[in-house]
Ligand binder design. Structure first.
Ligand code: HEC
Length: 130
């Protein structure tokens, strides 16, 4: 009986992690399609409709890993999307500071929710690597 309970608990835990991962994946995709594709393009190639209005060329998000020695630069991507740490260094930044926007939208109390969105986006960008 104990063993059965353990088995049920383990299966349930796996199911939850899986559902959690899927929820994160669809959050990342939805967020990307609604907030980012307008500049970066649906496939991340920098060819979204709004890209023509920008002064800077938009980097290809599908070559992030390729441009970093073959491994996806997770922490850097997270920081760039968030943007709050890099305000000084990026005076010419054209991309909105998503961390700041999300913090405003979520309320100051939920830094975890901000991180969750940034992480979901980072994971989605990982899937766009060619
Ligand atoms: C208004 C247009 C615009 C939107 C919307 C936008 N970006 Fe960007 N993004 C840029 C530009 C332009 C750059 C190049 C750096 C700069 O000028 O800020 C960039 C750079 C990046 C980079 C760094 C790429 C590299 O090669 O280092 C990442 C990652 C990124 N954006 C992710 C996102 C994500 C995720 C979203 C949606 C939450 C998003 N961007 C929305 C314009 C945009």
């Amino acid at each position: 009986m104990k063993l059965l309970c353990l088995l049920v608990a383990v299966t349930a835990a796996f199911a939850l992690t899986d559902a959690g991962a899927q929820a994160g994946e669809s959050l990342g995709r939805t967020e990307y399609e609604t907030q980012c594709a307008t500049c970066h393009g649906a496939g991340g190639r920098g060819d979204g409709p709004q890209s023509r209005e920008l002064k800077l060329p938009i980097p290809d998000l599908g070559t992030l890993a390729q441009r970093h020695g073959g491994s996806f630069p997770t922490d850097q991507v997270r920081r760039v999307i968030d943007g709050r740490q890099d305000i000084k260094g990026h005076a010419g930044r054209q991309m909105p500071l998503w961390g700041q926007r999300y913090a405003r939208a979520e309320g100051a109390a939920s830094e975890a929710a901000v991180q969750q969105r940034v992480d979901a986006l980072t994971e989605y960008l990982r899937t766009l690597q060619r």
